[in-house]
Design a protein around this ligand. Sequence first.
Ligand SMILES: Cc1cc2nc3c(=O)[nH]c(=O)nc-3n(C[C@H](O)[C@H](O)[C@H](O)COP(=O)(O)OP(=O)(O)OC[C@H]3O[C@@H](n4cnc5c(N)ncnc54)[C@H](O)[C@@H]3O)c2cc1C
Length: 466
Amino acid sequence: MLEGLINKIVVIGGNAAGLAAASQARRDNPEIDITVLESGDYISYGSCSLPYFISNEVKKIDDIFVYSKDFFEKKRNIKILTAHKVTGLDTISRKVHVDIPGDKKGFFDYDRLIVSSGATTIVPDIEGIDADNVFRFRDVHNALDLDCFIKGTSPEKAVILGGGSIGMLMAESLIKIGIKVTVVEMSENILGGFEDEISTVLYKKATLGKANILTGSKVIRIVKDAQNIAHQVEVDTPDGSVRLDIDMIILATGIKANTSFIKKDSRTLIDLGQKDAIKVTSRQQTSNLNIYAAGDCCMCKNLVTGKYDFMTGANNAAKSGRAAGENIVGGSLDFDGSVGTKIDNIFGLEIAKAGLKLKEATEHGFDAIKVTGSYSSRAHSLGGHKTINISLVFENRTGRILGAHMVGEEGVSKRIDILATAITEEMDIDQVYMLDLSYAPKVSTVWDPVNKICAKAVLNLKNRKI
Ligand SMILES: Cc1cc2nc3c(=O)[nH]c(=O)nc-3n(C[C@H](O)[C@H](O)[C@H](O)COP(=O)(O)OP(=O)(O)OC[C@H]3O[C@@H](n4cnc5c(N)ncnc54)[C@H](O)[C@@H]3O)c2cc1C
């Protein structure tokens, strides 16, 4: 049950989830007062394009922005207040405490609140991490700071902490502008969320693309001078300790929900879960019934395991935002969850996944099997076709598809989206083996790679049952 009349909605965070939520609430209720509080100076930007601003493929920062403040204020009648950082909540008196420009403090009353404050970089506890040439990379401010540093000091050597998607995207961007890059990754391979044989394809391509990658390695110290500038990092590698000369450092060390303003205040009765992410229902309602949450700051149901996880991404942010906006004004739109569909284009490879990898499936109690295959992206007759490597995880007893991971130079996005749909709908390998998929020689093969990997899985299962 929601309490009281709704006159005022406050939204914390002015990007994908927050603006989707505010816009949907406005569509459903033309009268209500809606205010978006954004800590930064910018709203409505594509974080996903920020690495391409650093590599100069996006020519100017203005190209990153989607809608202006003016658009929201004039066309949607939504008040946007930038440089308004929420520092705490009082859920009993329904107040949001805010730092406002001019070093002032203030508060906003709300009847209903939407938290969509995104995620923040996890900063590892390493000596020297506070040096001025150590950069995070999450938002427009971070990108402008990094761009300014690069243009102002012409760095030659960078080290990137973390070989996940962001680390590898940044490695490619820096190499494109002539900076030598070393990626230091603690695990045995880069892109830990992927099956090893898929990540390894990217590892090899990135190495050929001039990235120096140290896996199974850890930066243990950053050596800086009296001006607070780092010049060296000390790295523990499987072959012993090494020192690398560097001009800059990028932290791509993973993310956690940006919810410190919730945790701080004991008068805030909102339950948090993994990585400090806000627990929500499928209506995006938190444990406090007047407060909704959406996007990277909250948990999301994993549709394969049925359990809530910290599953971030622009696609989930937009949808959960829309659901939060609709439901906060009395609607009934469910965001059921996600299968973690994800794609990156790095060093000329499309690398994508949906669902679980074998290890995760086993850990979640599935009796799972994996098959792998390499297939042509389109017909051989015309030449120019590329290889797509696919790893498919499925359940032994039922043949239900649990996960798909793939990499190739072209045609991956079409295939991952088919398998993401199949995983969402709990389809099995027999159904997808015979699924009617489009064919023309320039774009596919008669048996699409997705049909083929499922055919292989069917055969594999039959052989096991004999
Ligand atoms: C470099 C990079 C590349 C990416 N590439 C992809 C990709 O290819 N595909 C994909 O799906 N996803 C990608 N993502 C992730 C995607 O950008 C996020 O999932 C998406 O932006 C989440 O939207 P959100 O609104 O939940 O959070 P955010 O976009 O982080 O927005 C949260 C907003 O809240 C504001 N805020 C935070 N704290 C406060 C506070 N206390 N008070 C007021 N305001 C506050 C922040 O300033 C921010 O503007 C990428 C992210 C990065 C950084």
